[in-house]
Design a protein around this ligand. Structure first.
Ligand SMILES: CC(=O)N[C@H]1[C@@H](OP(=O)(O)OP(=O)(O)OC[C@H]2O[C@@H](n3ccc(=O)[nH]c3=O)[C@H](O)[C@@H]2O)O[C@H](CO)[C@@H](O)[C@@H]1O
Ligand SMILES: C=C(OP(=O)(O)O)C(=O)O
Length: 429
């Protein structure tokens, strides 16, 4: 099993290119199931989750051509995928494939909308809470589907096709909004989604669907309206930059000190996180090429932060912020409001000498002057990268074990960091 070895203590200086967003690329690939024409996606990150979704779509009969890298292409350029779901040969998404990642469950929406049936295994994904799918099921039922759960599978049918409806989400849900949005594009009549998630990845998917001929308005607000159409066409779309990768490297620079240009990043996608970084003492400068982040001299100031749906502080940056606060001058409080069990990094950060006390959904972090390197275990995607950040700032050697989580969501992490002066390497086997 691969591990990552880090020798901490170096400041980060240089440029980090930001990849396409995992959490947009996945639903965009799934949206390819809605049309029998080719959907071309540019700037798709090379990640384990993307490869896994390719296998899942392949099982449905989708042809995916990955345009080869041409000589002269920048090595960090995302890949271009040509997704063609001309013939859907199988509407079952099996346990072996879906159990590895959460978003793969979302294929239920386009399969139901286009084929009027789907049998999809209940999902897996990061172990950060119970993660039910009741709201997704509610949304599809509202659109006229009949759903049953049998043998770990959700079996969905809509013999006459889906019908537009008003969907009220009791809780803001990214997955629920993606599923409702995709399903409603091919439903008969109008669908209104109330209390919709406003995440930029939802907007990116809605933009792509509109280019495919869908009639969606209000994406990015809490009310989305979809006028169903009979058919969608192919199009070409560029995946937006990854705001979580951006925030992660920004936290790393804030922690180690130094000066890094996050090339291709878009500040408006993570303003809440950038505001917290400024409060913590980092200098954040948006510019034409992305965001420049630096911290020179001054120490890290403590902050009090609660995670919240967009435009609030993202839960996917909570673990990274906690790593940063372990060396703040004073006590910080971080409250996790989205997932009930997203604190698996706490016990691992303690191995570096961090002082963190958990009380329900709030962590109190008492900053310490120095962390010391340690062997640690990656437990989920964002928790894993929080250990990398801590390792970069810690004195001495850190070994991060079980890094397959990292490969799900961070493209060429160790290359990007070592190009900025970090001592970090992957040890295979
Ligand atoms: C692939 C992807 O895009 N993953 C992101 C997505 O996850 P995901 O789409 O799974 O997250 P949701 O927004 O759906 O979940 C938010 C909350 O709603 C709850 N819930 C959700 C669905 C449901 O049917 N019932 C229910 O109770 C969840 O347990 C959670 O407590 O949004 C999360 C919140 O920004 C991010 O952390 C994940 O990185
Ligand atoms: C939790 C995440 O992914 P998933 O929803 O696929 O588990 C994540 O991207 O941080």
């Amino acid at each position: 099993m691969d591990r990552i070895r880090i020798v901490g203590g170096s400041k980060l200086n240089g440029t980090i290119p930001i990849s396409g967003a995992k959490n947009a690329a996945l639903p965009l690939m799934i949206a390819g199931l809605l049309t029998d024409e080719t959907l071309i996606l540019d700037n798709v990150p090379r990640l384990a989750d993307v490869a896994q979704l390719q296998r899942i779509l392949g099982n449905h009969g989708v042809d995916i051509m990955s345009a080869g890298k041409r000589p002269g292409d920048h090595e960090y350029q995302g890949q271009t995928l040509h997704i063609s779901a001309a013939n859907i040969i199988d509407t079952t998404a099996p346990y072996e494939l879906v159990s590895k990642m959460r978003a793969s469950f979302w294929v239920i929406a386009p399969l139901l909308a286009r084929m009027h049936e789907a049998k999809v295994s209940l999902p897996g994904g990061c172990a950060i809470g119970t993660r039910p799918v009741d709201l997704l099921i509610m949304a599809l039922e509202k659109l006229g589907a009949e759903l049953t759960i049998d043998g770990g599978y959700v079996i969905a049918k809509a013999p006459g096709g889906l019908k537009g409806a008003e969907i009220d989400f009791a809780k803001v849900t990214v997955s629920g909004t993606h599923v409702a949005l995709m399903a409603a594009t091919l439903a008969k009549g109008t669908t209104i989604i109330n209390n919709a998630a406003c995440e930029p990845e939802i907007v990116d998917v809605a933009d792509c669907l509109n280019k495919m001929g869908a009639r969606i308005s209000g994406a990015g607000t809490t009310t989305i309206t979809i006028e169903g159409v009979a058919k969608l066409n192919g199009t070409r779309h560029t995946v937006l930059p990854d705001r979580i990768e951006t925030g992660t490297y920004a936290m790393a620079v804030a922690m180690t000190g130094g000066d890094v240009q996050l090339s291709g990043a878009r500040p408006e996608l993570l303003q809440a996180a950038l505001d917290v970084l400024v409060e913590a003492g980092a200098t954040v400068t948006p510019n034409n090429d992305g965001i420049r982040i630096s911290r020179n001299g001054a120490g890290i100031k403590p902050v009090n932060v609660s995670t919240a749906p967009f435009p609030g502080f993202p839960t996917d940056l909570q673990a990274q912020l906690m790593a940063l606060m372990t060396t703040a001058k004073g006590s910080s409080h971080i409250t996790e409001t989205i997932f009930e069990n997203r604190f698996m990094h706490v016990q691992e950060l303690a191995r570096f000498g961090a002082r963190i006390h958990l009380d329900g959904e709030t962590a109190t972090i008492d900053g310490t002057a120095k962390l010391r390197g340690a062997p640690v275990m990656a437990t989920d995607l964002r928790a894993s990268v929080s250990l990398v950040i801590a390792g970069l700032a810690a004195e001495g050697e850190t070994m991060v074990n079980r890094i397959y989580h990292l490969d799900r969501g961070f493209e060429r992490l160790e290359e990007k960091l070592s190009a900025c002066g970090a001592t970090i390497e992957r040890i295979s086997g």
